[in-house]
Ligand binder design. Structure first.
Ligand SMILES: NC(=O)c1ccc[n+]([C@@H]2O[C@H](COP(=O)([O-])OP(=O)(O)OC[C@H]3O[C@@H](n4cnc5c(N)ncnc54)[C@H](OP(=O)(O)O)[C@@H]3O)[C@@H](O)[C@H]2O)c1
Length: 258
């Protein structure tokens, strides 16, 4: 019964960095890394010689695949000390440029996948276990042309903070990390509807290693939110103080959109 760190969205960007940093922690004996792309997952093994890395090709938006993965978890009964519930994607465009199928798939990954993985993982956590759900700064307010993505992340933020209170008695903490823009492959897909490229101005692009280091530190301190970066913290506060209509207006102005 190994003490493990479980990371979803592990094949790239923020998740890959979670694997790298969690593999260095002495209490973690194995990393279990999930994503869809097996070739990219396989690279994690060479990249992280410190600890055994087990890779699982799982689409977190597919309940049957998630359930099958948890049959392995049940058979081996590891203790999940750390979990980065991080798989997700977004597209930036008008709501009707996303097909209903794409829209539902985004919700199924970013919201449904987070819930499914979290609820199924909880029985394998113990006092001191840390669950980090990946939200986003887009959760702080509605953002036109990032609307559906931001709504899924607002769901994750709200769900995570409530969940943190619910599992407190078990000594488990839930932290919603809310990154601002981070330099990853995330941006390869956001403009798949290039006829109408919107939201193209990114005033700051943080590094995955800094965002993840902060999230692990905040989770270690039992915080229910992790907001890395001065610009991000400013936006977090501004979104609380200003009317949301004004925040949306400023965002559209910055992006040169109406
Ligand atoms: N980059 C940013 O600016 C930013 C800002 C705020 C929040 N975030 C959030 O951070 C998380 C990680 O994103 P990233 O920036 O690291 O982007 P990324 O480099 O594109 O990584 C996304 C990861 O999620 C996995 N994934 C996507 N859909 C999946 C599915 N249905 N099932 C299983 N795995 C899936 C991908 O692997 P496969 O394709 O192999 O499955 C990949 O490992 C996401 O939740 C994203 O919304 C990113």
């Amino acid at each position: 019964m190994a003490n493990i760190a479980l990371v979803t969205g592990a094949s790239s960007g923020i998740g890959r960095e979670f694997v790298r940093q969690l593999a260095k922690r002495p209490e973690v004996e194995e990393i279990w890394a999930l994503a869809r792309n097996e070739e990219k997952l396989a690279m994690l093994v060479d990249e992280n010689p410190e600890k055994p890395i087990r890779t699982f090709s799982v689409d977190v938006s597919d309940n049957a695949q998630v359930a099958a993965f948890f049959e392995t978890v049940e058979a081996e009964a590891p203790t999940i000390l750390w979990m980065a519930n991080n798989a997700g994607w977004g597209k930036f465009c008008r709501c009707d440029e996303l097909s209903p199928e794409e829209s539902l798939s985004m919700i199924a990954t970013n919201a449904g996948g987070v819930v499914n993985m979290a609820v199924r993982a909880l029985p394998y956590m113990k006092a001191g276990s840390k669950l980090i759900n990946t939200g986003s700064a887009s959760a702080f307010q509605p953002l036109p042309y990032v609307g559906l993505y931001g709504a899924t992340k607002a769901f994750v933020r709200s769900y995570s903070r409530a969940m943190n209170k619910e599992v407190k008695r078990q000594g488990i903490t839930v932290t919603c990390m809310c990154p601002y823009w981070v330099g990853t492959n995330f941006f390869d897909a956001v403009h798949e509807h290039p006829g109408n490229a919107v939201v193209t101005k990114y005033e700051v692009m943080y590094k995955p290693e800094d965002v993840v280091r902060r999230a692990i530190r905040d989770a270690g301190r039992g915080k229910d939110m992790s907001v890395y970066g001065a610009v991000n913290r400013f936006q977090h506060v501004a979104a609380k103080l200003l009317p949301q209509r004004l925040v949306m207006w400023i965002f559209l102005k910055k992006q040169g959109l109406k």
